[in-house]
Design a protein around this ligand. Sequence first.
Ligand SMILES: O=C(O)CCC(=O)C(=O)O
Length: 272
Amino acid sequence: MIILKSEEIANRNLDAATLSQAKTLFETDGFLKIENLFEKELIQLLASDLMENLSIENDALTRGTRIHNRRYIVSVALKPPFNQPELYANSILLSLMKEFLGPHYILGSIGAVISLPGAPDQHIHSDYEPLFKEQPELRGVLPPYAITVGIPLIDIDLLNGPTKIWAGSHRVPSPDAKNFPRHLLCGPVGSCYFWDYRTLHAGGSNHSEQMRPLLYLAYTRRWFKDYLNPDLLLIEEEIPEEHRHLFPIQQLKYAEAETDFKAKVSALFGPA
Ligand SMILES: O=C(O)CCC(=O)C(=O)O
């Protein structure tokens, strides 16, 4: 786990020692937790917006996709309050994504996993199948191509359902969870944890009386398209120019996409 120093938070930048520690932990374990990445007020605002429209009584969860018994994925549109760059383009988070995914990464999807009171343990899984099934040995040796960032919208603890994760399971061809140490990802509001798409994990059972919302953002190398997960990237507001590189051009509104396309062509071939 990493705890950011106050100067790192103030400068919105990791120092070299923290970056190197993050790199070692992520490469070895296939996941990393940061205890204090976001302002608590930002996360509380997101939580109240999301939870306002989701109550068990009015069954608003029917707009989500059930991924397991009493566990749902709901899509989250990039519109206020979720379109704040402090969230999706957080400079510390992006410096880590760049470190692990290379310079050309994009935001592939955003959503929330809601476990209802009484949700049992989810099945153990990784977020994608091996990229090259005909050469399974490549699974563990390739660098990461996609990362799921989980952001607790309430304090997540042992009662309401941490995400269980098996350290090092991203490094082998067909991992069996019992051969890897299991960690329980709990985290206060303001924390986040992220895992390599290959690392085995499972949502933990919810023994509390409240829903447990975990916001997630998936960052991927720009050539990767996730065909297996039931989520979306809904962009409902214009994205500031400095952050458009995070989005696949086809998903930007047409006028923006055209400007972006022209800028990219002229960067490659010179002005028209
Ligand atoms: O609910 C969680 O903590 C994790 C959910 C998850 O891993 C998934 O839906 O793929």
